[in-house]
Design a protein around this ligand. Sequence first.
Ligand code: HEC
Length: 130
Amino acid sequence: MKLRMIVLLSLPVLFLGCAPGRLAGRPPGAPIAAEPAPDPAPSPAAVPSPAPQAARIDFATQIRPLLQEKCSPCHFAGGRMYDRLPFDREETIRTLGKALFTRLRDPVDQELMRTFLEQPADGLGGPARP
Ligand code: HEC
């Protein structure tokens, strides 16, 4: 009796899961090609790494130009802070970490920087380990 109930209850679920196109009212003769292509990307659950590779932020092309725009001239070559805190070096940025946010105020910049800081440093190889 119990098993029968479960089977009966699960039937509508299966139907809904398998036939969304029909429920949406597509006529039987409609071309299949009109359906949206299946997403080729693997589902997030299939990716063990916490940081998706596609979102990887590059110091030389994304972080350095941003700092150069906002923190010049002081933290770049010729500036008075270049000897102590050179911002064209990834090590400086990683050492300062979130201390940068006292001066890097734009939330968009902070988000980019935060993602960058969570990545493993370039050259260490391999994805981040928790
Ligand atoms: C006008 C020159 C100048 C500019 C532009 C400048 N800085 Fe600095 N920065 C300094 C000086 C001088 C110091 C050391 C004295 C101090 O802490 O104020 C310093 C120190 C720092 C420190 C270490 C001290 C702390 O507060 O923790 C950080 C981090 C920092 N700067 C970040 C930045 C960032 C990020 C930018 C760009 C958004 C920036 N600075 C732009 C002159 C500058």
